[in-house]
Design a protein around this ligand. Structure first.
Ligand SMILES: [Zn+2]
Length: 250
């Protein structure tokens, strides 16, 4: 049958005119078709109907609806809003999501798979590189994280999951601005530390703690500036709040 054939071409006055079924799936299709009204040009021209959800069709294709139909949904994780918040940067959020799930290709995992000869941390050279070490038990990571997190926490959690728990607890972050800054800071910190680790492996380049703190400050500031320049409804004091936090830590 021609690829340009219409559905009506597969129908004759005697009913469906289809090749014999040679698999269970095609047989199921034949059975399904036998329960439906025969197509006819008298019913109007052919048109696409995209399935939106069970027994609901529309003439417009929706990638979101199609994705929801195709995938097997998993239970919602309690921390999803920490990685996928509207003001976040998707590229940073993706690395953060992998870190939250413990799925970054850290050296402890690669070593177990036999892919590398050593699992020593490239940031401190003192301990094995793992998710919990990188975020933020490593002496290098800890200094970078502390430089800004101590503006928000009296005793910044060193454990990533403890940080996530603290951020999710109602009442711990007093204002909307402060909450947004906290989210951006955590996302940028994880992304930048992972980038620094990659730069050491793949490009042989390294930054001092002071230099990386400067990069982190600029990264958070740029995120805030891009939000203020966007059409989002962002409090105009967000940037001054960030300056205040960095100048006058608790
Ligand atoms: Zn380390």
């Amino acid at each position: 049958m021609s690829p340009l054939a219409k559905v009506a071409d597969a129908v004759s006055s005697a009913g469906w005119s289809l090749p014999a079924a040679r698999s269970q799936r095609v047989l199921d299709l034949h059975i399904k078709l036998s329960t439906m009204r025969l197509p006819s040009t008298a019913h109007g021209p052919d048109r696409f109907e995209w399935k939106q959800r069970t027994n609901v069709f529309a003439g417009v294709f929706s990638s979101a609806s199609t994705w929801k139909l195709l995938r097997q949904p998993s239970p919602e994780v309690p921390w999803h809003a920490l990685a996928w918040f509207p003001e976040g940067v998707p590229r940073y959020g993706f690395i953060q999501w992998l870190a939250f799930r413990g799925r970054l290709p850290t050296l402890d995992r690669l070593y177990r798979w036999g892919a590398v000869a050593t699992s020593s941390c490239l940031l401190c050279s003192l301990e094995e590189e793992s998710h919990s070490h990188l975020f933020f038990h490593c002496s290098y990571s800890r200094q970078v994280w502390y430089s800004f997190a101590r503006s928000i926490w009296n005793m910044p959690p060193l454990d990533l999951h403890a940080t996530m728990d603290w951020m999710r607890r109602p009442g711990n972050v007093q204002s909307h601005n402060r909450r947004l800054i906290t989210l951006i800071l955590l996302q940028c910190s994880i992304y930048l530390l992972w980038s620094e680790r990659n730069a050491r492996i793949f490009r042989g380049e390294s930054s001092t703690v002071v230099s990386l703190c400067g990069k982190l400050n600029a990264m958070v500031r740029n995120c805030i500036l891009s939000l203020l320049g966007s059409s989002r409804r962002i409090d105009s004091t967000l940037l001054s709040d960030w300056y205040y936090l960095t100048l006058y830590p608790r």
